[in-house]
Design a binder for this molecule. Structure first.
Ligand code: 8YV
Length: 314
C-alpha cells in the first residue's frame, strides 16, 4: 500500500526525516524546479504538510493543497501558520508541546545567569588574553534573591519558576489573565511588572496581541539596572527601541535567543558586554530534538490510524 504523501516546506533535522521515512513519503517543495507548476499539478495528492516552527506554512501553499488534512509543526510555537485560515479549509495543525519545557526553562535560567554575571564578557576577557595584565575581570550582578517578572506563565514558565525558586528569586507574572493554580502575584500591567522586576523574562507566544508587547515604555520601566531575557519570539519586543535603550544605557542588559528578522542580529548589539546573543537554541539539545521529532511521528501515526491528533494546537 502506497504511503501518505507529505509536503516538506521547511528544513527539519535529518533525524526527523529518517523517523518519518517509514510512515510517509516526504516531498521537499524547495527541491522542485518549478514550485508553482509542481503545486498546481501535484497539490491535490498531499494530505499532509511537515514544517518547522521557524518556517510554518504560508496560506498560498495551503490554498494549493485541496486535500490537505494536517500540518505537522516541528516545534511548540505555531505563529508561522494561520490556524484560522487552515481551519476554514478543515485543515488541522499539530505541534510539539511539553517535550521541550525543561530544556527551554534550563536555557532561560542559563541566559539569566549569563547576563547577570556577564559570563559571556568574562569568557571573552580570558580569550582576549586580558587577564594576564588586568587583575579585575568584569563584575556582574547577584542572581539569588532577585525579582523575576515573567511575561507568559504557561508550561515553560512553570518549569522556569521551579528553577528560579531554587535561586530564591521573587516571582511575579503577567498573562492574559491571572492563573488560579499558582500563588505568585499576577500583574495586570506589564509596565508595572517591568518597574518591579530586576529581570523580565519573555515566554509568551507570538500573536497579533503580543506584537511589540515589550515596547519602549516597558523597556524604560525595566531601567538601567534591569535585564530583558527573550526566549519567546523576536516579534514580542520592539527591537529598534531595545537596541537604542541598550546603547544609551537606559536598559541595563539583555539576553536574546530570538530576533525580529532571524537569522539577522542587530550589528549594534554585537560588541555590547552586557548582552548575550544566542541563535534560537532554546530547545536545541539532542534529547529534546529527538523527543520533538518523536512527537511529530506519533501525531502522524495517530492521525493515519485513528484520524485523531495527539497534540492538536490549542
Ligand atoms: C524550534 C521553537 O522548533 O519550538 C519552538 O517553537 O522555536 C524551536 O524549538 C526549533 O528551533 C526548530 O525549528
Amino acid at each position: 500500500m502506497s504511503k501518505h504523501l507529505a509536503l516538506l516546506v521547511a528544513g527539519i533535522s535529518a533525524e526527523l526525516k529518517n523517523m518519518l521515512g517509514p510512515v510517509v513519503d516526504l516531498v521537499p517543495v524547495d527541491k522542485q524546479a518549478d514550485r508553482a507548476q509542481f503545486l498546481k499539478t501535484y497539490g491535490k495528492d498531499f494530505e499532509f504538510v511537515v514544517t518547522s516552527a521557524g518556517k510554518g506554512c504560508p496560506n498560498d501553499v495551503i490554498a494549493q493543497l485541496p486535500n490537505l488534512k494536517v500540518i505537522f509543526n516541528w516545534g511548540v510555537g505555531f505563529d508561522k501558520v494561520d490556524v484560522d485560515f487552515a481551519a476554514s479549509r478543515s485543515v488541522q495543525v499539530a505541534n510539539t508541546p511539553d517535550v521541550l519545557n525543561e530544556c527551554v526553562a534550563d536555557m532561560a535560567m542559563g541566559m539569566l545567569i549569563s547576563q547577570f554575571r556577564l559570563m559571556g564578557e568574562a569568557e571573552r576577557f580570558v580569550r582576549r588574553g586580558e587577564w594576564s595584565n588586568n587583575p579585575t575581570p568584569p563584575m556582574g550582578q547577584k542572581v539569588t534573591g532577585k525579582r523575576l517578572g515573567i511575561v507568559g506563565l504557561g508550561r515553560i514558565g512553570l518549569e522556569t519558576v521551579k528553577r528560579a525558586e531554587a535561586f530564591s528569586m521573587q516571582i511575579r507574572y503577567h498573562n492574559r489573565g491571572p492563573r488560579d493554580d499558582v500563588d505568585h502575584l499576577y500583574e495586570a500591567s506589564i509596565k508595572a511588572l517591568a518597574t518591579w522586576s530586576d529581570c523580565l523574562l519573555l515566554l509568551c507566544p507570538s500573536t497579533p496581541d503580543t506584537h511589540h508587547l515589550i515596547d519602549r515604555e516597558v523597556l524604560t520601566a525595566l531601567g538601567p539596572r534591569g535585564s530583558l531575557i527573550n526566549i519567546a519570539r523576536g516579534s514580542v519586543v520592539d527591537q529598534t527601541a531595545l537596541v537604542e535603550l541598550l546603547l544609551s544605557g537606559e536598559l541595563g542588559g539583555a539576553a536574546l535567543d530570538v530576533y525580529e528578522h532571524e537569522p539577522e542580529v542587530p550589528r549594534a548589539l554585537m560588541d555590547l558586554p552586557n548582552v548575550v546573543l544566542l541563535p534560537h537554541v532554546g530547545s536545541a539539545t539532542y534529547e529534546t530534538r529527538t523527543a520533538m521529532a518523536q512527537l511529530v511521528v506519533d501525531n502522524v501515526k495517530s492521525f493515519i490510524d485513528s484520524g485523531h491528533l495527539i497534540t492538536p494546537v490549542s
